[in-house]
Design a protein around this ligand. Structure first.
Ligand SMILES: Cc1cc2nc3c(=O)[nH]c(=O)nc-3n(C[C@H](O)[C@H](O)[C@H](O)COP(=O)(O)O)c2cc1C
Ligand code: SF4
Ligand code: SF4
Length: 286
């Protein structure tokens, strides 16, 4: 595996992400390594790029047998408010480190799925980034990873968690009636598309089940200050409850996300009888 993703220490010396950020270098060095070995060559990509596609295609062009992603993300963790020194630091002087663990999983899933959808990337993909449970691993497989790798979680809990991942995945496969892990690879990839292909006429609104409402008002505050000011109040049996002004609701989900009472707010689809219409179709008509 060629580490074209290390974001600090190596990149400053022309290695690591300095390779993965320049597609021409990615291709050239992959070619060199392929010439020098008969071993399978995996190119490990950096997420510190605007688009993961050019370096991935460059690795394919250079003859890579597989891709792995993601390596860590340039980051400063915070600042000590007493000493004013940022973390991480060496003897009081900070330089960016590499962010990893659960917070990077959504970024990694997106990049893996982008490559799984790319017809020019027709080699296996090893998914990495924030995997700590069998569910995480399964999500990577469903979005097109053919293998997965775990770093932070093993550093934290030890190699024993790999057994938990295997047990959980195995139970999931049994429950769903799959006979092999290969059967689930990429099953969710067709469910990912570009924004321009989404149905503009798909309309949902928030609906509140007052029997489950604890009157905390979090939904009202969220909609009032962060969304579309469309949660009003109504009085039921002398108590004040929030109610959604549905014609004004844009279905942004914010109230649903902040509500602490399970099942209290549902996002409900409104069937307005409109045919599906995507942005691409709309522009084609214009
Ligand atoms: C302390 C530490 C050291 C790492 N060293 C390497 C390394 O030498 N080579 C490499 O390709 N990736 C290295 N990584 C990146 C991981 O392999 C992995 O790509 C990244 O941490 C994301 O996965 P995770 O969320 O499971 O940790 C390192 C990560 C950490 C946290
Ligand atoms: S879905 Fe968004 S716009 Fe609709 S009520 Fe909730 S917060 Fe307001
Ligand atoms: S956030 Fe949920 S529980 Fe709280 S007032 Fe709104 S609907 Fe009721």
């Amino acid at each position: 595996e060629l580490n074209f993703g290390c974001p600090h220490g190596m990149s400053e010396r022309g290695m690591g992400s300095a390779m993965g950020q320049v597609p021409d270098y990615t291709c050239m060095v992959t070619e060199w390594v392929k010439e020098a070995t008969s071993l399978p060559v995996i190119v490990k990509l950096t997420p510190n790029v605007t688009s993961i596609t050019p370096p991935a295609r460059a690795a394919v062009k250079g003859g890579a047998d597989a891709l792995s992603l993601i390596n860590t993300i340039n980051s400063i963790m915070g600042v000590d408010l007493e000493t004013l020194v940022p973390h991480p630091n060496v003897n009081g002087l900070a330089a960016h480190g590499g962010y990893c663990g659960p917070a990077v999983k959504p970024i990694a899933l997106n990049m893996v799925s982008e490559l799984a959808r790319d017809s020019e990337v027709n080699i296996p993909i090893s998914g990495i980034g924030g995997i700590s449970t069998w569910r995480d691993a399964t999500e990577f497989l469903l979005l097109g990873a053919t293998t997965v790798q775990v770093c932070t979680a093993v550093m934290h809990y030890g190699y024993r968690i790999v057994e938990d991942l295997i047990d959980g995945l195995s139970n999931y496969l049994d429950d769903k009636g799959f006979t092999s892990v290969r059967d689930i690879i990429g099953l969710s990839v067709p469910r990912v598309t570009d924004w321009g292909n989404l149905d503009l006429n798909y309309h949902t609104v928030a609906r509140i089940d007052h029997a489950k409402c604890i009157q905390c008002n979090l939904c009202h505050i969220a909609c009032e200050d962060g969304a579309h000011q469309c949660i009003d109040f109504t009085t039921i049996n002398g108590k004040r409850f929030p109610i959604v002004d549905e014609p004004e609701c844009v279905g942004c989900n914010l109230c649903y996300l902040v509500c602490p009472s399970p099942g209290c707010i549902s996002m409900v689809r409104l069937d307005e009888g409109n045919q599906p219409l995507t942005w691409r179709e709309l522009m084609a008509r214009a």
